[in-house]
Write a protein of this length. Sequence first.
Length: 419
Amino acid sequence: MDVLRVVGFMFWFYIFHHLDSEVIVVSFGEDRIDLAEGDHYFDEFLHKKVNIPEVEINHYEDVALLQYTGGTTGVSKGVMLTHYNILSNVTQVCDFSYRPCKNLPDDLKMITVLPMFHVYGLSSIALCGIREGANQIVLPRFDSKEIMETVMREKPFQMSAVPTMFTALNSQSGLEESGFNDLYYISFGGAPLPVETVKAFEKKTGAMLYNGYGLSESAPTAIFSPPFVPRKYGSVGIPVQSTVARIVLETDDGYVEAPVGEEGELIIQGPQVMKGYWNRPEETAKVLKDGWLFTGDIAKMDEDGYFYIVDRKKDMIIASGYNVYPSEIEEVLHHLEAIEEVLVIGVPDLYRGETVKAFVKLKEGYTISAEDIKQFGKENLAPYKAPKLVEILEELPKSSVGKLLRRVLRDQEKSGVKA
């Protein structure tokens, strides 16, 4: 059994244990197991008249979805999303992003490249597609060539993806003629996408990419770049309707709102904010305070009300007493043409406390040395931000959704196990 399968098994084992599950039933291939009284196989259930007792649902209180977080910064938690949370966010995304698009075709098509077990794929694609009456073209896995062929053949009006997918598309020949410029709305989220990568995709395709921000705890979308306002590179946009976002600083007397342009923690208030974490009251109390969701993300807001995500609080590196945000370093290193993907972490250093280390994946056919990368960092970053260590890997760790996992590299450094 390979490492990824072991990690996947341990993740699901943790979830089932956390849910206090007593029985887990699985079957393989054509074989079917005996069912308990009152249970049905789903395909048979669809074709039989089964009497299901009516259940009264409190849309504001009853949990519709227990969405486990990806565990990118720590232990995965079960996010309790109510019916009201989910439907509010579906309405917000559709009305904010899709409805303003003009001259949409009657036969709406959405290309689905995100897994629908993930809250991003579930809300922004699956449920929004149902609300808009769109045909959904579901691809079983991410394959950049297949996506290009599908876009050319089916001519969808919308596509949502995570940053690594656009990085892969940029490296494909024939991208220019794939027809992405005919899509009305292409969005990305889940992680930062370097501005250089955005501009490269837009230059090749003639399309526009719209950034957004969200998290499982907000079902997920809280801030987005709609097509009806000017777009700003690097910004995740403005809060969706019925949502308030603020940047706050912690003081001895509590939290105060940060001045425009100053970095602080992003907090959110809106109908899409979760009920809490399943069986984790202490963790819930840490993030839900006085009606606000404390995201744990460092951000800033400009004078026009546009928001910019700086980094996760937990990912911040403290080198020689300075606060260093990995995403800033990654953005700079992406200017090197040879680099396809990069992750930056802090590693223990007896002199500096922590020092900056960069893990890099190169584009196919390109070569560059670790020393050249370090030199580029020295020339383009402040001395305390420039990577002192660089390691070139064949692949960087990713989640099932395609998000780069900084935590995995950090854990490997601590344990001494190399990727």
